[in-house]
Design a protein around this ligand. Sequence first.
Ligand code: HEC
Length: 123
Amino acid sequence: MKRLLASFAFLALFLFFLVSCYYDNEEALYPTLNNTCDTTNVTYSATIAPILNNNCTGCHGGSIPSGGILLTNYTSVQTVASSGLLMNALKGNGVPLMPLSGSLSSCNLTQFQIWVRNGMLNN
Ligand code: HEC
């Protein structure tokens, strides 16, 4: 009986140390995969167009869009994206960083990257 108790105590202690060593911070491990960043259902209509409407079309819309870049319809967005210019502007790679007021969130940047990588679909 004493032996059983001792081994039980040992097991409990062992489990305690095992559990206490486990430290997992989701935000630190996956900075762009927290609950508020959807990286699995990235579509043009539900993800990309709303980001553009909120951050870009104020300047890149209308009849005289800034820099001659129109971002209000799929075809023009796809053209700017497939040339690489869209991602370069979003990262400030060799061209002025867009939006001018400061970079998009890392979540939105990841979503653009995913959309481009998946073939810039009109979905
Ligand atoms: C406050 C106005 C403003 C906003 C908001 C804005 N832009 Fe621009 N954008 C400009 C202007 C002005 C230019 C021309 C910049 C230049 O050549 O100096 C430009 C240029 C660009 C270019 C072409 C870059 C080049 O050098 O050819 C791209 C691509 C672009 N913007 C994308 C975006 C995207 C994507 C967003 C939103 C995430 C955005 N812009 C938001 C004003 C804006």
